[in-house]
Ligand binder design. Structure first.
Ligand code: PGA
Length: 241
C-alpha cells in the first residue's frame, strides 16, 4: 500500500497525475469513479487539465460505484446528475461511454449484470474511492460480505439521515441504492482511496492499521496489490506507522 499525505489541494493534484499517466499509457482505460464531496477537488483538477489539453478522456470508459434506487438521471440528487455536472460536461469523454448504475430499472436480480458490463469493457484499470466515517466504500456498509458483487442495498437510518440535507425532507431520501460490491472493487487493477478531514481519521486508521474485517469494509484494501491512499493531514492524523 502506498500512502500519500499532503494538503487537500496537493492530494487532488497528485491523484490527477496518476490519471494523466494512466491515460497517456492507455488512452482507452476503464475508470471506476465515485461521488461525494471528497473527489470534487480531483474532478476540478482533471477538468482544468483537460481544458488545457494536458489530458484526454476521449477514448476512456467509466463506471460509477453506485446510484440511488428510484431516482432517474435527471434528478438533481442522482449520482448520474452529479457526475454530469462535476466531471463529464467539463471533459472530453464520450458520454455514451460513461456508466452509472440505473436507479430506475435495477433490482436484486439484474444488479450483477453491471459487473458483466465492466468485465466486457475489459475490467476497471483505476478505481477511485471515498470512504464513509464507518469505513464504508460505495454503499457497502459494515458487515457487507467481501465476496459481494453489485447489489441492492437498504440504506441505514444513519446514512439516510446524513444525506437528508440534500433533500426537501427525510421522506424524499431514497431507502435503497445499487452499489458495486467489495469483490467488484477488488477486481480493479489499481485503486485510489481519497480521504479529507478529521472526521475520517479514525476510519483511515482502522482501514490501514486495523485488522482486515468486514466490519470495516475499506480494510479489505490491505489485500489489494496496487492501492494508493491520498490523505490530507487531518485524515492521516491518527496513523502511527
Ligand atoms: P464524502 O463521502 O466524500 O462526501 O465524505 C464519502 C463516502 O461516504 O463514501
Amino acid at each position: 500500500m502506498k500512502v500519500v499525505i499532503d494538503t487537500s489541494e496537493n492530494i487532488a493534484r497528485l491523484a490527477a497525475q496518476q490519471y494523466k499517466e494512466l491515460l497517456a499509457d492507455k488512452p482507452d482505460a476503464v475508470l471506476g469513479l465515485a461521488t461525494g464531496s471528497t473527489p470534487l477537488g480531483l474532478y476540478a483538477v482533471l477538468s482544468n487539465m483537460c481544458k488545457a489539453g494536458e489530458i484526454s478522456f476521449a477514448k476512456a470508459h467509466s463506471f460509477n460505484l453506485d446510484e440511488y434506487i428510484g431516482l432517474d438521471g435527471n434528478h438533481d440528487q442522482s449520482y448520474r446528475y452529479f457526475m454530469n455536472e462535476n466531471l463529464f460536461r467539463n471533459i472530453d469523454i464520450n458520454i455514451s461511454e460513461t456508466h452509472v448504475p440505473d436507479g430506475i430499472s435495477s433490482n436484486q436480480q439484474n444488479a450483477a449484470d453491471y459487473d458483466k458490463l465492466i468485465e466486457e469493457a475489459g475490467g476497471i484499470d483505476l478505481q477511485l474511492l471515498g470512504i464513509g466515517v464507518n469505513g464504508h466504500i460505495g454503499f457497502n456498509e459494515p458487515g457487507t460480505p467481501f465476496g459481494s458483487l453489485t447489489h441492492i442495498v437498504e440504506l441505514t437510518d444513519s446514512t439516510r439521515q446524513a444525506n437528508k440535507r440534500f433533500f426537501q425532507s427525510i421522506d424524499e431520501v431514497p431507502t435503497h441504492a445499487i452499489s458495486m460490491g467489495i469483490k467488484s472493487v477488488m477486481h480493479a487493477r489499481s485503486v485510489i482511496l481519497m480521504a479529507i478531514g478529521e472526521n475520517k481519521a479514525q476510519c483511515i486508521k482502522d482501514t490501514l492499521e486495523g485488522p482486515v474485517t468486514e466490519q470495516v469494509p475499506a480494510s479489505v484494501l490491505q489485500l489489494h496489490p496496487d492501492v494508493t491512499f491520498y490523505l490530507d493531514h487531518d485524515a492521516a492524523k491518527l496513523l502511527t506507522k
